[in-house]
Design a binder for this molecule. Structure first.
Ligand code: CA
Length: 219
């Protein structure tokens, strides 16, 4: 999962970036409204965390423009403005949820998980596919009930696949989901992760679609 944080306060940004990375998400950081618009133009984000009081362009204007251009990722507003009017404007502009600063990082993580589930039509908190289950909150994967020791990138890779089990992902799409800006991605990085994931969950679980990419085994 790849997130975008739009926040001009360094301290809050560092805290949120650290927490989200520890939760296994790739996350990029835009420090003002213009940088946010440029980043959102890439169309690679699964979810956006958006401050409202921003330099260069207000968060509400960023959100309005994003929705008008067809941007569909869920948006959580993070704002110190606890006035009801701002929250209403944010929700009416297309936000899906909001948190008032200072907020609890565990609550933020739970709201992120809830919106990511809703985005793919998943009602249950735990993903199940054949013999596999993936629990984003506990960061746990099981096969036939047995817990498998996945490292964070393997977990993130499996999460991307299990969220849309019928979809074939290209390597480029998986790179976008697993890596943020400034992270080195070698030309065979995704193959390496697929290889190590297969060793842990079973080679047959991840199918190579020749010339296209990867998907989960049908079940
Ligand atoms: Ca701000």
């Amino acid at each position: 999962m790849r997130l975008l944080l739009v926040e001009d306060d360094d301290m809050i940004a560092e805290t949120v970036l650290g927490a989200m990375r520890r939760s296994g998400y790739a996350i990029d950081w835009a420090e003002d409204g213009r940088a946010a618009e440029l980043s959102l133009g890439n169309g690679v984000y699964d979810l956006v965390l958006l401050d409202l009081g921003l330099p260069k362009k207000d968060g509400i204007d960023v959100l309005n423009a994003y929705r008008k251009s067809g941007g569909a990722a869920p948006v959580i507003i993070l704002t110190a403005r606890d006035a009801v009017d701002d929250r209403i404007r944010g929700l009416d502009a297309g936000a899906d949820d909001y948190l008032i600063k200072p907020f609890d990082l565990d609550e933020l993580a739970a709201r992120v998980r809830a919106l990511l589930r809703r985005r793919t039509g998943q009602k249950q908190p735990i993903y199940a596919h054949g013999e596999l289950t993936l629990d984003p909150a506990a960061h746990e994967v099981t096969k036939c009930g047995e817990v498998l020791p996945l490292v964070p990138r393997e977990f993130a890779l499996l999460q991307a696949l299990i969220e849309e089990p019928a979809r074939v992902f290209t390597k480029a799409e998986l790179e976008e989901k697993l890596y943020g800006w400034g992270e080195e991605v070698g030309s065979n990085t995704i193959e390496v992760h697929v290889h190590s994931l297969r060793r842990k969950i079973g080679a047959e679980q991840v199918v190579t679609v020749r010339g296209v990419g990867y998907r989960l085994k049908r079940c």
